[in-house]
Design a binder for this molecule. Sequence first.
Ligand code: S6P
Ligand code: ZN
Length: 185
Amino acid sequence: NMEIVFPRLFFAGNRLLGERVENVSRTLGDLRGIFADVDAFSRMPQNILAYEVSSFLPEQEGTPGGLYFGITYLHPGKVGNEYFMTKGHFHANIDRAEFYWGLEGEGMLILMDQLRRVWAERVFPGSLHYIPGGVAHRMANTGNTLFSFAACWPSDAGHNYREIADHGFAARLLEVDGKPQLIGV
Ligand code: S6P
Ligand code: ZN
C-alpha cells in the first residue's frame, strides 16, 4: 500500500504554516534611503509595518534545481507622493529568473535591467509576471488596501540588495494627479 500524506505546507489566515517557513517583517525604518522625499520620511513613524514576507524554503539556500515560494503582504501608504514599496533586488546569481503573481489589492511591478532601463507592469489578483534573469524587481502598492502577491524563485538565486541600496532604480513610481506614473531620476 502506498502512503497518502498530509501536505507539508498550508495557509493559515495570511501565513504559511509548516516546516522550513520563514517570516520576515520590514518596518518603514528598515526602508530608510529608498524613498525620494527624505523630509516626509523622517516625519513618519519609523515603527509602522511596511511589508511582511512568509516564505517556504524547502531546500538549503544555494541548492541548484530547487525552488522557493513566498507571499509578500505590502501595506498601503506613501512617503510624500511615492508609494510604499519593497527594497528591490537583483538576484546574487544574476541570471536566475522568478515568477510573481497578484493575489489581492493592486500594485505595480517595477523592473530594471542591467543597462538601467526601467519598465513596470500592473499587478492585480490573477495577473502573472515573469521576471527574466538579470532584471532587478520591486513591488509598489498603488491602492488603499493591503496588496499581496506570491513569488516562486530558484533556491540558488540569492539576493543582491547592495546594487539597489547604492544606486536605486533609474525611475520612481510616483502618484501624479491621483495616478501612478513612472518618472525617470
Ligand atoms: C525573492 C522575492 C520576494 C521578495 C519580497 C520582498 O526573490 O523576490 O519574495 O524577497 O517580495 O522584497 P525584497 O526586495 O525586500 O526582498
Ligand atoms: Zn527576487
